[in-house]
Ligand binder design. Structure first.
Ligand SMILES: Cc1cc2nc3c(=O)[nH]c(=O)nc-3n(C[C@H](O)[C@H](O)[C@H](O)COP(=O)(O)OP(=O)(O)OC[C@H]3O[C@@H](n4cnc5c(N)ncnc54)[C@H](O)[C@@H]3O)c2cc1C
Length: 354
């Protein structure tokens, strides 16, 4: 029998970040993960502190960003590999009105630290931006797929990662412990992203008001080759264009509410390509397409903590559209609740749906 402090189910960014949180505190754990699914590996990898549709700060952005930056720096030291790089995001401004709105927004509290007040002139003939570009500062980017792979290997070398589908029927839960096959632990943390809809311990499928709590949201990106685009910055217009190097760009993403299908679609490819054609004037070729399900919640806030009064079973989910920035802060809240009885902020506590 293997004895650990924690079993973690799922290793997208939520499971990864929670396991590092445990490691930093000297707690033992094992992760059980089926790596063939997941939002993290499909994600754009962008840590953007703002909402560029309306020029507003993202929810709770200051706390999330201030926790994420040092956390990922520390992770980089653990795995001896860079995790985050600074990146410029250039929002294509569509009119004089948008130019004015940008300047007003960049002068506001909170946003003034993330939006440059200066409107950049577009010097790239491959980009359609006659009204110029607004620049986001303090954005960063990671390579989520590569990070997951590296971290899996890092954990496998220490016998801490089991590549398997978790079988809920094999789990035995008591008030003070859990057992899964030959692993005994004090606690289990479910971090399965959209996979949580198959979890029998997730008993809040429908809220007391009769509404669905978890509404997975399918996202698709196309990968394009565009040798004449030559953009180092992320471009944001009707879609986001993320440079990958080697003249490749990740473009998207689409949004499909309550869609849990895992195949890429021609419709999404056409929709994204049409939007991209409004942003750039150079040729591009679609070379690949990826998809994932965002773990979104009806009130767009995370699901952190326990549904029961005992702490044997808990959840780290609902990371939505911005999980990469949110994960370190949420993992911290969950850890301090489970270990030190510090209350989880009500707005993100899973108990709000009980
Ligand atoms: C197209 C797209 C683009 C995005 N772009 C960004 C972005 O640029 N920036 C950003 O911050 N966020 C982005 N997001 C959102 C972000 O990806 C999510 O918030 C985040 O990845 C969720 O992480 P997670 O760990 O909760 O879930 P996931 O990444 O889905 O991980 C869950 C893991 O659990 C595993 N699992 C599930 N059930 C089981 C089981 N029974 N047994 C074993 N394993 C199981 C899954 O296979 C997976 O490995 C994007 C999402 C999508 C889909």
């Amino acid at each position: 029998m293997k004895e650990v402090d924690y079993i973690i189910v799922g290793m997208g960014i939520a499971g990864l970040v929670f396991s590092k949180t445990l490691r930093d505190k000297g707690k033992s754990f094992v992760i059980i993960d089926n790596p063939n699914q997941g939002a993290t590996k499909a994600s754009g990898g962008v840590l953007n502190p703002t909402v560029l549709k309306r020029f507003t700060p993202a929810w709770n952005t200051v706390e999330f960003v201030s926790k994420a930056a040092p956390f990922y720096e520390s992770l980089a030291r653990d795995i001896d590999q860079q995790v985050l790089s600074g990146v410029a995001i250039h929002r294509i401004l569509a009119s004089v009105e948008e130019q004015n709105n940008w300047m007003v927004a960049s002068d506001k509290e909170i946003l003034s630290r993330f939006l440059s007040p200066e409107i950049l002139k577009n010097n790239n003939t491959a980009i359609n931006a006659p009204f110029g570009l607004g620049a986001v500062t303090q954005a960063s980017i990671m390579k989520p797929y590569a990070l997951l792979k590296t971290y899996q290997d890092f954990l496998k070398n220490q016998d801490l990662y089991i590549e398997a589908q978790f079988d809920y029927q094999e789990l035995v839960v008591t008030k003070t412990a859990v057992q899964y096959k030959d692993i005994r632990a004090a606690k289990i943390v479910f971090a399965e992203g959209s996979g949580v809809v198959h979890n029998p311990y997730f008993t809040i499928d429908v809220s007391p008001h009769g509404k669905k709590v978890f509404v997975g949201n399918k996202g698709e990106y196309i990968i394009i080759k565009a040798p004449d685009l030559k953009s180092q910055a992320i471009l944001k217009g009707p879609v986001m264009v993320i440079p990958l190097g080697d003249n490749l760009y990740k473009v998207g993403a689409s949004y499909g509410r309550d869609d849990y299908s895992t195949t890429t679609t021609k419709e999404a490819c056409q929709e994204i390509s049409a939007k991209l054609s409004k942003m750039i004037s150079c040729d591009f070729k679609v070379v690949d397409q990826v998809t994932g399900i965002r773990p979104t919640v009806k009130d767009r806030k995370p699901l952190v903590g326990c549904l029961q009064s005992t702490k044997s079973v808990s959840f780290l989910n609902g990371l939505g559209t911005r999980g990469l920035t949110m994960a370190p802060c949420l993992a911290g809240h969950l850890y301090h609740y489970l270990e030190n009885d510090v209350q989880i902020p009500e707005i993100m506590d899973i108990k709000r749906f009980v």
